[in-house]
Design a protein around this ligand. Structure first.
Ligand SMILES: Cc1ncc(C[n+]2csc(CCOP(=O)(O)OP(=O)(O)O)c2C)c(N)n1
Ligand SMILES: [Mg+2]
Length: 730
């Protein structure tokens, strides 16, 4: 790596100043490395090799201050790959020239070297199987290669099977050897934003690292939104960008943008690579950092001349990640303290966030809920972490959460917060949130703990391990006779649930209720399908009116709230889970931001289904104008023109014709009586994407609602209607 010129941020050492998330390495609760029983990392990264014989044991990470760097004790070396068939000893002896890596003795490489498009549907689980072992591709121990070849070889070694991207001058060297890769399928998108969201959709659906690629300058800056999106939702993606040659860096060269500087605050970590010999190691490190600890996006910016220069490619490579040691094992004393509080609580709630899905802890969560009888709420990012049909589930909390979930948090005497971050959309006015509750807060990122609400019992660790340890500690309490009676609490939350269920009115003019459309899609496609949403009213209705029974079946942009997320993310999810039915529930505003990826889907045989919930407006913004701006609708109408009782507007654009222009099936639905038939027709089409233009009433609103900045106590379940809390204890 070399310094940049002209006062811009230089590449710095291998790891720049730690972000709050990097502080995971410094937890006071650290008790040591992972155990053999711990879960695999979030994405497929092969171990660097047996610590005793491979270079990993002599790498700087193993001799760092803590003596347990990622190479020697981190997840990469203790996941299933170290003992499973993917052991990479034999793999490294197979020359790259011997044909598809899967034919070599690399264990599970056979499955992984088949391009995703050719994997028979029947071999892939409809619901993502995130626990599958990483894919490892065989290859030569050491070969002479260009930096660009080393990049592609490294991507193969870390198990990348799909790259979403668009080429351009600075990244061109990498595209050349990509053409020869039998293991990696490149999907040519129509906009880099689509590549980034597709990588996120792939990662969210599969639990593996998603990969996107772009050229320098505008290609790279087009990735900024999806990178920020992945950062906010802790999604493991690796973005690879070409950079102008080292001599041009800092000179305002053609298509130069300091993308590592630009993305510094929105990446878990990023790299600028200027030497061919650093490329392979950096790719390995990027996948490791993206997928371990709290997952997140990592950017690798590679100078063009580094890709063109010759180097020695060898694998595995020792990491240079001093200071990066995510803590996964919870502290036993903290867990015992949490169990003690649970034993004393009379109104406890399990407040579950997306971290539970990332930690693959759904089974443990269910066991905990059933062992204790504690009611569960699942945040927008955690929908599917706990079955909606489960009797202990109160639904989603927050601004558009259920009355039962919001009320339970407000009246609780103990919150057990798991993999969640007390987001303002959940807490409402923070100083009025859950006023009578003590807080147990477990998170893999210590920076989250006590960030917004002080934790009485902080627990740093992987949620799966935390919950497993909690279960053991609670069983011990039960054996001591410490088993609280939650009967009165159950009766209380159940009465809120039955008195204030989610619901909606059918429009008096006979037009379509958007909630009905979404509810029917959920019923007909069922809980095995994957649902991906845009951002707006349709997103909230999709979170409310579809029942999620499995983790990774609900994919949305929760933290950044990125319009345009749905179509490309659904594309990525479908590529990751080709046998699954994938529905994008999109708004007519959102759809117009990224629908060009329908061309990608049609050409690449990615048969997603898109339900455009066409209310003719930027509905969520319009809802706020209705409620807070005296119904003054400034610039939220997408279909100006005649708006009689049927809000079809001007039909610009005509979504059916647009779909057809992109090689998709286009269907319009305007009558309630047609909804089931149209959904079934869409479900029957498997050979191309389908777009259904559901023309719905524009005045439907999302309820319940806690107005921004107000207290959860002031939740309304319909306009002007507040729940009666029934004298619940404070
Ligand atoms: C990129 C981006 N720009 C603006 C916004 C602000 N915003 C949030 S929801 C929304 C309206 C979305 O409209 P539509 O996709 O039609 O969904 P609807 O609310 O009507 O269901 C807007 C403009 C945003 N979230 N993202
Ligand atoms: Mg709309």
């Amino acid at each position: 790596m070399t310094e940049q010129m002209s006062g811009r941020k230089g590449p710095g050492p291998a790891i720049p100043a730690p972000s709050p998330r990097d502080l995971a390495a410094r937890s006071p609760h650290r008790e040591g490395g992972r155990t053999a029983a711990e879960p695999p990392p979030a994405a497929g990264f092969p171990p660097p090799g047996p610590a005793s014989s491979g270079p990993a044991s002599s790498g700087p990470t193993s001799s760092g201050p803590a003596g347990n760097g990622p190479a020697s004790s981190g997840p990469a070396s203790s996941g299933p790959t170290s003992s499973g068939p993917a052991g990479n000893g034999p793999a490294s002896t197979v020359p790259a020239s011997s044909g598809p890596a899967g034919n070599g003795p690399a264990g599970n490489a056979a499955a992984s070297t088949v391009p995703a498009s050719t994997v028979p549907a029947s071999t892939v689980s409809a619901v993502a199987a995130p626990a599958e072992p990483p894919r490892v591709h065989a290859g030569p121990a050491t070969v002479r290669a260009t930096g660009a070849q080393a990049l592609v070889y490294a991507l193969e070694r870390v198990g990348a099977d799909v790259v979403f991207g668009i080429p351009g001058g600075a990244i061109l060297p990498a595209y050349d050897p990509l053409l020869d890769s039998k293991a990696i399928r490149h999907i040519l998108v129509r906009h880099e934003q689509g590549a980034g969201h597709a990588a996120t959709g792939y990662a969210q659906a599969t639990g593996r690292v998603g990969v996107c690629m772009a050229t320098s300058g505008p290609g790279a800056t087009n990735l900024v939104t999806p990178i920020a999106d992945a950062y906010m939702d802790s999604v493991p993606i690796v973005a690879i960008t070409g950079q102008v040659s080292t001599g041009l860096i800092g000179t305002d060269g053609f298509q130069e943008a300091d993308i590592s500087g630009i993305t510094l605050p929105i990446t878990k970590h990023n790299f600028l690579v200027t030497k061919a010999g650093d490329i392979a190691r950096t790719i390995g490190e990027a996948f490791h950092v993206a997928s371990t600890g709290r997952p997140g996006p990592v950017l690798v910016d590679v100078a063009k001349d580094a890709m063109q220069a010759m180097t020695e490619f060898s694998w595995p490579v020792p990491f240079e990640l001093p200071g990066y040691h995510p803590v996964t094992r919870p502290h036993a004393r903290q867990v015992r303290e949490a169990a003690r509080l649970i034993g004393e609580a009379r109104r406890p709630v399990l407040y579950v966030g997306g971290g539970v899905i990332k930690a693959r802890a759904s089974a443990q969560l269910r066991e905990l809920a059933e062992l204790t009888g504690i009611p569960v709420v699942t945040t927008l990012m955690a929908r599917g972490a706990f079955p909606d049909k489960h009797p202990r589930h109160l639904g989603m909390p927050g601004m558009h959460g259920t009355v039962a979930a919001v009320g339970a948090l407000q009246k609780a005497d103990l919150l057990i917060a798991l993999g969640t971050r007390f987001d303002d959309r959940v807490t409402g006015k923070l100083d009025t949130f859950a006023p009578g509750a003590q807080i147990v807060h477990a998170d893999i990122d210590p920076a989250e703990i006590s960030k917004n609400r002080r934790a009485d019992v902080p627990i740093v660790g992987d949620c799966r391990e935390v919950i497993a340890d909690l279960i053991a500690a609670i069983r011990a309490e039960h054996e001591q006779g410490q088993r609280p009676d939650l009967g009165a609490w159950h009766a209380q939350v159940d009465s809120w649930r039955t008195t204030y269920p989610l619901g909606y009115d059918s429009p008096a003019d006979g037009s379509l209720a958007p909630q009905y459309v979404i509810e029917r899609i959920g019923k007909i496609a069922g809980p095995e399908a994957l649902y991906v949403a845009g951002v707006g009213q349709h997103q909230m209705w999709a979170a409310q009116f579809i029942d999620y029974e499995h983790p990774r079946t609900w994919i949305n942009s929760g933290g950044l709230g990125t319009m345009g997320f749905a179509v490309p993310a659904a594309m990525g999810a479908k590529v990751g889970c080709p046998a699954a039915t994938v529905w994008a529930i999109d708004g007519d505003g959102c759809f117009q931001m990224t629908n060009q990826e329908l061309a990608t889907c049609a050409l690449e045989g990615i048969a997603i289904k898109v339900a455009v919930i066409n209310n003719g407006s930027l509905g969520m913004v319009r809802q706020w104008q209705t409620l807070f701006y005296n119904e003054r609708y400034s610039n939220t109408d997408l279909h100006p023109g005649d708006q009689p009782s049927r809000p079809t507007g001007t039909r610009i654009p005509d979504f059916v014709k647009l779909a057809e222009a992109y090689g998709c099936e286009g269907i319009r639905c305007e009558e309630p009586g047609d909804v089931d038939r149209v959904i079934e027709r869409a479900m029957a089409i498997d050979d191309r994407p389908v777009v259904v233009d559901f023309v719905v009433h524009k005045d439907a609103m999302v309820w319940p609602m806690v107005a921004a900045g107000t207290s959860n106590n002031d939740i309304k379940f319909a306009r002007g209607l507040a729940p009666d809390w029934g004298g619940a204890e404070e």
